[in-house]
Write a protein of this length. Sequence first.
Length: 603
Amino acid sequence: MKVSNQFSIENLSIIDYFLNLMEPIQHKLSDIEKGKLIIGETGTVYSRKIADSEGFFRILWGYSAYYIQNAVDDFFYSLLLGIKEGTNPHSVNYWGDLTDTNQLMVEMAPLSFFLIMHEEKVKEYYDYDTLTNLFNWLNQINNYQPCQNNWLFFRVLVNRCLNNLFFKNKDKEIKKDLEMIDSFYIGDGWYYDGHYSQKDYYISFAFHFYSLLDSVICKDKDPERSKLYKERAGEFAKNFQYWFDKEGRGLPFGRSLTYRFAQSCFWSAMIFAEVETYPVEYSKYFLEKNLAYWMRQPICDNSGLMTIGYTYPNLIMSEEYNGPGSPYWALKTFLILGISKNHKFWTIQPSYPNNKQASYLIEKGDMLVETGKASLQAFPIRQGALQHINGSIKYSKYVYSTNFGFNISRGGSGLNSLAFDNSFSLSEGDEFFKINTLSDDAEISEEYVIHNWRPWKDVSIKTIILPSFPWHLRYHIIETERNLQFADAGFSVPDDIYYNCSKSDSHQIVLESRVGTSAILKIASSGNLFTTKTLVNTNILYNKAKYPYIIGDLSPGRHTLCHLFYGDDNNTFNTDAIPDVWQDGEELVVLFKNGIKKKICIR
């Protein structure tokens, strides 16, 4: 079964890619420690015992689908043996008992889906005692509280499994959780993940992925809900397509980016669930292009095991819940292997959506997206998961790019270690800068983005952003009762010895690189232009990076700053393309060279 040449330069099929990733895993599964996959030593917020089993659970996402269309073999039964040992309370390999918000609840999801998809073979292989242990272990989730967010779907999937496999009536429990999940729905296919400010990849690879699985599982028992899930997913797809550029790169934004090509599992689920309100050829385009992109990245170690990181191994960008087996959550995307080998997906030509707009407001997702020929830029508001590591860095920068990525701070002082690209930050004249963070006081439209925030009680910042790819203008209004130093930074580029060109004068700074160009132009500002090299491994795309910034002093009083920022795939800077900017009374006007004119009141 081969996919089209669009998939990869090697013309590997999707199934080949899956099997290649699984080959080193099969060698790592132990005959002694069944139900575990011990592949690393990094720590997590949960126990080492759970971390050692996490990888085992997560490969079930891939094998659940793979064995739907492929004959079971010895490895299938080794998985069943691992499940048997893990759910046996008398086994040394027992996975453990649950508590509230226990990580094992997460891992019950792939296990439940695997059991549902292979119900007959499971019942044939397991004896009564094994099935009893399996039921008792899974049923624990009904005695404890999961996090009140996407985790509720884990209990739904478990209870679907208990209904199907053990003929237990868990409809009451399912109904209660689905009602709570429905309360997170805000329209246009969008949910929020338990808190209104959390609208990230968890909407696609959690809410919609699980709901589409459920639409297949419950289609006979609850056809209305099945239909509803598909309708919502179709609506969401019209927005979510703007999170992928023409090269198939997903937007680097938010937490859990180490799950990598789980970015595109939504497109697999759309096809698996037979969602008809969004063209299959579009889903195929984003799925294949995204997988092809990830195939080109060094995401595995020398033994072929997936690493924690993004486009390269990198613990700095990881979360407190990322263990050695965590990256295999990406195997959700191989759900596509569960469709029939005669499905039209395998022969239809992938197609990039011809209706994508150059500028698109994702209203319910609180994001304005600007699309270029090959890459995209996203301007979010009100986004955040500040309780997680580097939450403000991953959610609250002014703009995120598929081409330039973003930086993660490595230290508490200095712009090279803070690495505040695409941010406005302030200090009191020392090296300790405060970055703009999540604020509910924000506005977004098809024309502009506005942020308001207070780094101190006696300092207020209003930032107006007027974007048109590859440019955006930032107009800052600062009212301060203290002396401050500001830094307004642009896109990071790789610090590459093979292609590296910097140009600057008193009014502009330009960084040309092998992947594109980042620039800042002073329109009205008291600051000076500089470049800083970040500490290594701070940018999630490039292990060495640098970024331009403008820095200056602010005395007590009211100040306005106006800066133009540029970020494009072209590795040369065209001065003829610089927008015209002027003030007309109380309005700020920007005329971009593509003919787009934007204006906004700056009182």
